[in-house]
Design a protein around this ligand. Structure first.
Ligand code: GLN
Length: 227
């Protein structure tokens, strides 16, 4: 028997890769971001305590399948391939893959110019998938987006392909790089759960519905993406 009588809530575990601002990152030792706030709403709805498991993006699907985590909120793009392995909630964010280059680069102006170039990506992402389709390109895959950006700044690679919102953050903090106007893809983020967990999926979709209806989605949107 427990010696103390503190009230303990059941824990729900969110899997993520907290190197993807403004969706998830670590600031002052705390997990913060749009996905973190949404996940707190999910935990609240369940009357449970949220625990964050931070890992590499490429490990998240396996973590769901082995039930190391209950759901994944990680700016994860819905793809047909992933939907064979996990179940996805309703889409909650529409965005694009963009190309980052150095401002002083004079060879890459559009997607076509990536042919034969060295492209940095985050491992296991749709940005990696898209980059591997580019003819004769060498794809360098890093654990984190900012590592790709660092290698771009250092001149080790010619471009980075990554999600639009983190790209905007990286560019805002680095005056040597810029985002090209032409985008690679349009895609949608969704929360993923284990194929077994129909009930949790329904709850997550209910939470999204409520957040849209009561205006809290817009509040969160403005908090992280407003001007
Ligand atoms: N949206 C991209 C994907 O799902 C990248 C997500 C991320 O790096 N956190 O592949």
């Amino acid at each position: 028997d427990k010696a103390d009588n503190t009230e303990t809530k059941d824990v729900i575990v969110m899997g993520t890769n907290a190197e993807f601002p403004p969706f998830e990152s670590v600031e002052g030792g705390e997990y913060v971001g749009f996905d973190i706030d949404i996940s707190k709403k999910i935990a609240e709805k369940l009357g449970m305590e949220l625990k964050v498991e931070n890992m590499q993006f490429s490990s998240l699907v396996a973590a769901l399948q082995t039930k190391k985590v209950d759901f994944v909120a990680a700016g994860m793009t819905y793809t047909e391939e992933k939907a064979k392995e996990v179940n996805f909630s309703d889409n909650y964010f529409t965005t694009t893959q963009v190309i980052i280059v150095k401002k002083d680069n004079d060879t890459i102006k559009s997607k076509e110019d990536l042919v034969g170039k060295k492209i940095g990506v985050q491992a296991g992402t749709t940005g990696e998938e898209e980059s591997r389709k580019i003819e004769d390109a060498t794809v360098e895959s890093y654990d984190a987006g900012y590592a790709a950006v660092m290698n771009l700044t250092n001149g080790n690679i010619d471009a980075v392909v990554i999600d639009q919102k983190p790209a905007e953050r990286f560019v805002a903090n680095n005056d040597k790089i810029m985002i090209l106007e032409e985008e690679l893809t349009t895609e949608s983020y969704a929360i993923a759960v284990n194929k077994d967990n129909e009930e949790l999926l329904n709850t997550i979709n209910e939470v999204f519905k409520e957040l849209h209806e009561n205006g809290e989605y817009d509040v969160l949107y403005n908090k992280y993406f407003g001007e």
